[in-house]
Ligand binder design. Structure first.
Ligand SMILES: C[S@@+](CC[C@H](N)C(=O)[O-])C[C@H]1O[C@@H](n2cnc3c(N)ncnc32)[C@H](O)[C@@H]1O
Length: 268
C-alpha cells in the first residue's frame, strides 16, 4: 500500500473524519502528496489532518446528532408552529445557520425577490440549511436539493425532509470533486465560497463558472468567526465580479445584517 493509500484508509476510519465524504479525504491526500511526493505516511497524515481541520472540522454542529435525532422523533412536525420551533433549535446548533437566525424571516423573501420564480433550487454545501425549508415554503414551492460532504448533516436533513417535504432531498457529495450536480433554476452557495477558495485557490470561481444554473446566489458572512468585520470577502466579490464581466453575466449585490448576497444571472 502506498503512503497515500495508507493515509486515506486511516483518515476514513478515524472517529473525527469518518463523516467526511471519502472523495474529499482522497482529494486532500492526493493534493498534499503531489505537492511533495517524498514525504512518508506519518508526515502526509499530519499535513492532511491540518487541512481537514480547516476544511471540515471548523463548521461542525454543537449539538449531538443522537439528541437531534431524538428531537426529530418527538416533535410534532405536522404542526407548522412546532415544526418551525424545532427547526430554529436545529439551525441554532450550527454556526452558519445560527448566525442567519436574526435574518431568517426576511432571508428567502429577499433572495426570491431578486430572481424569477424557480422550479428547482440547489443548495451547495448546505450543512443545516435544509431546516430552513419551512421558511422557504412561505415563499415558494420549488423543489429543494442540498449537497454536503458531511454524512451526519446529510442523514439528519434527509430524515427530516422525508417526513416533511418528500419531494426535496439532500445528497452526500463533495461539490468540488466532480460529483454530478442537478441542473437548477437557482443555486445557493451560502457562506462557503471563501472556505472552498481556502481549500484550493480558484476552486470557488471554477465551480460558479461550471454550474448549470440560471441564477446563483453566493453569500458571505458580514462578520468573521471571531466577530470582526469580514474584510476577507472583498477579494472574492471582486473575483466574482470580474468573472461575471468576462462572461457577460448580470450581477447585483444586496446586504442583510448578517450576510452579504451576490446574485449572478447566467441566463434569464
Ligand atoms: C460554512 S458552512 C455553510 C453552511 C450553509 N451553506 C449555510 O450557509 O448555512 C460550510 C458547509 O459546507 C460544507 N462543505 C464545505 N466544502 C464542501 C464541499 N466541497 N462539498 C460539499 N460540502 C462542503 C461543510 O460540510 C459545511 O457543512
Amino acid at each position: 500500500m502506498s503512503a497515500a493509500e495508507q493515509v486515506i484508509a486511516r483518515l476514513r476510519a478515524s472517529a473525527k473524519y469518518r463523516d467526511v465524504h471519502p472523495e474529499t479525504i482522497a482529494d486532500l491526500v492526493r493534493r498534499e502528496h503531489h505537492g511533495d511526493g517524498t514525504i512518508g505516511a506519518a508526515e502526509l497524515e499530519r499535513r492532511v489532518r491540518l487541512r481537514l481541520h480547516k476544511v471540515a472540522a471548523l463548521h461542525l454542529s454543537t449539538a449531538r446528532p443522537a439528541g437531534l435525532r431524538r428531537g426529530l422523533g418527538r416533535t410534532d412536525l405536522a404542526d407548522p408552529a412546532s415544526r418551525k420551533e424545532w427547526c430554529r433549535q436545529v439551525l441554532g446548533s450550527h454556526f452558519s445557520t445560527a448566525e442567519r437566525l436574526p435574518d431568517l424571516e426576511v432571508f428567502y423573501p429577499t433572495v426570491l425577490g431578486l430572481v424569477p420564480p424557480p422550479d428547482t433550487i440547489v443548495d451547495l454545501a448546505c450543512a443545516m440549511n435544509p431546516f430552513t425549508l419551512p421558511w422557504l415554503r412561505d415563499v415558494t414551492e420549488a423543489r429543494y436539493i442540498g449537497y454536503d460532504f458531511n454524512a451526519t448533516f446529510v442523514s439528519l436533513a434527509s430524515t427530516f425532509l422525508a417526513r416533511t417535504y418528500p419531494d426535496c432531498e439532500v445528497s452526500h457529495a463533495d461539490i468540488l470533486t466532480g460529483a454530478p450536480l442537478v441542473r437548477a433554476d437557482l443555486a445557493l452557495l451560502l457562506k462557503t465560497y471563501h472556505c472552498i477558495e481556502g481549500r484550493e485557490s480558484g476552486a470557488g470561481l471554477r465551480l460558479v463558472d461550471r454550474l448549470e444554473c440560471d441564477h446563483i446566489v453566493v453569500s458571505f458572512p458580514t462578520r468573521a468567526m471571531n466577530g470582526r468585520a469580514a474584510v476577507f470577502s472583498q477579494q472574492h466579490v471582486d473575483a466574482l465580479t470580474a468573472l461575471a464581466r468576462d462572461r457577460r453575466w448580470a450581477w447585483s449585490r444586496t446586504a442583510l445584517p448578517t450576510e452579504e448576497l451576490i446574485v449572478i444571472r447566467k441566463r434569464s
